[in-house]
Design a protein around this ligand. Structure first.
Ligand code: ATP
Length: 261
């Protein structure tokens, strides 16, 4: 277990429910500062559920209930007085499908800044965010064009620019490349490696090669069907190299060898 001061987020899931359905149990998921943590595991093991719990993205889902704690920089994210909008300002999110708003490239990036009543120079901030997302050179002459006019890979980088514009501390990425071709995927992976110099990243990926290319730390989840349900849980978590080359758990070994999916 890493030292407390090295953690950006400390997430201890006892149980997560959707209504009466127990989706995830017993998962202690520390997210280390300045690293990329990858969540891997078979479909339905709760990777997205846990990721989305980190910035209260699941709050909008009817019946969602977390038993456990999520601490961000030592603060309880689920404390009564905490505004989830503020949580998401510090823990940003990039989704599976690029989802630029139906507005100009510029306005997409400025959106969160305006929402937060940013008082500084908006043009400079938009340029900074687009540069951070490695998109500036491709769009600097068409900032007024619709975000939807960009290619899929560019749209995803626009979403990353939108997320980094408000300078979050952590970026959550839920299969950010799954809708992209291999070249656009590589571009996003390179970008993630650049971004981790400034941000802590946690990502869900279906692609084990991607986890080995990008993640410093890997968390492997599986589904427990022993009690007649389908409940996800964390099997093991560690340095990516250790998880892939010397996993501690038999289940991890079998998953990595492709013996189940
Ligand atoms: N909004 C929801 N309402 C009810 N059940 C849900 C909801 N979202 C997810 N679930 C259930 O919770 C469990 C975990 O789902 P989750 O999407 O977190 O898994 P995952 O590991 O990310 O899966 P995948 O790899 O297929 O995306 C699944 O059984 C799923 O059906």
């Amino acid at each position: 277990m890493p030292a407390k001061e090295d953690l950006a987020i400390h997430c201890v899931v006892e149980k997560i429910f959707y209504g009466s359905f127990l989706a995830v149990r017993d998962s202690n998921v520390p997210i280390q500062k300045g690293k990329i943590t990858g969540f891997i595991g078979p479909s339905g093991c709760g990777k997205s559920t846990v990721l989305r719990s980190l910035n209260r993205m699941n709050d909008m889902i009817n019946g969602f209930r977390l038993e456990g704690q999520v601490h961000f920089m030592g603060q309880d994210v689920y404390a009564k007085q905490v505004d989830p909008v503020i949580v998401r300002r510090f823990i940003g999110m990039v989704f599976q499908q690029p989802n630029p708003f139906s507005m100009s490239i510029y306005d997409n990036v400025a959106f969160g800044l305006r929402l937060n009543r940013y008082k500084g120079n908006l043009d400079e901030k938009v340029e900074y965010a687009l540069r951070r997302a490695a998109l500036w050179d491709e769009v600097k002459d068409k900032l007024k064009a619709s975000g939807l006019s960009l290619s899929g890979g560019q749209q995803q980088r626009l979403c990353i620019a939108r997320a980094v514009a408000t300078e979050p501390t952590v970026l959550l990425m839920d299969e950010p490349c799954s809708a992209l071709d291999p070249i656009a995927t590589r571009r996003i992976e390179e970008l993630m490696l650049e971004l981790k110099e400034e941000y802590t990243i946690a990502m869900v990926t279906h692609n084990m090669q991607q986890a080995t290319r990008v993640a410093d730390i890997t968390a492997f989840f599986a589904v427990d069907i022993s009690k007649g349900g389908r409940t996800g849980y964390l099997v093991e978590m560690g340095e990516t190299k250790q998880i892939f080359e010397a996993p501690q758990e038999q289940l991890t070994k079998e998953y990595i060898r492709g013996e189940f999916s």
